[in-house]
Design a protein around this ligand. Structure first.
Ligand code: ZN
Ligand code: ZN
Length: 102
């Protein structure tokens, strides 16, 4: 028996922001290589005297001026888009399958 962890779950975790626990929304890469949503980075900075500290406590600190210059994580965004398509596909298939059994 294989484990219950599917590739889809692994990918899902890869594109889930550890601040908001949602799929990335405008993912940005930090100098420590961690990725968070732009809105989450801004939100943390707003609550922390205009400073963003990486939630994984690896010593990465950014100021609000640095936040807009963070590079975009194109791969993460692409995966999020693909996952959305997969989910729609899955819903469509399950509807189709159930009607087939009636
Ligand atoms: Zn987020
Ligand atoms: Zn980090």
């Amino acid at each position: 028996m294989a484990t219950n962890i599917s590739t889809e779950q692994i990918i899902d975790e890869l594109v889930t922001c550890t601040i908001c626990f949602e799929h990335f929304d405008d993912p940005r890469v930090l100098p420590c290589s961690h990725t968070y949503c732009l809105k989450c980075i801004r939100g943390v900075a707003a609550r922390n005297n205009s400073q963003f500290e990486c939630p994984l406590r690896d010593g990465t600190i950014l100021t609000t001026e640095q936040i807009p210059t963070l590079p975009f994580n194109r791969i993460a965004l692409h995966i999020v888009e693909e996952l959305k398509k997969c989910k729609f596909h899955f819903i469509f298939n399950s509807l189709y399958d159930s009607s087939d059994f009636i």
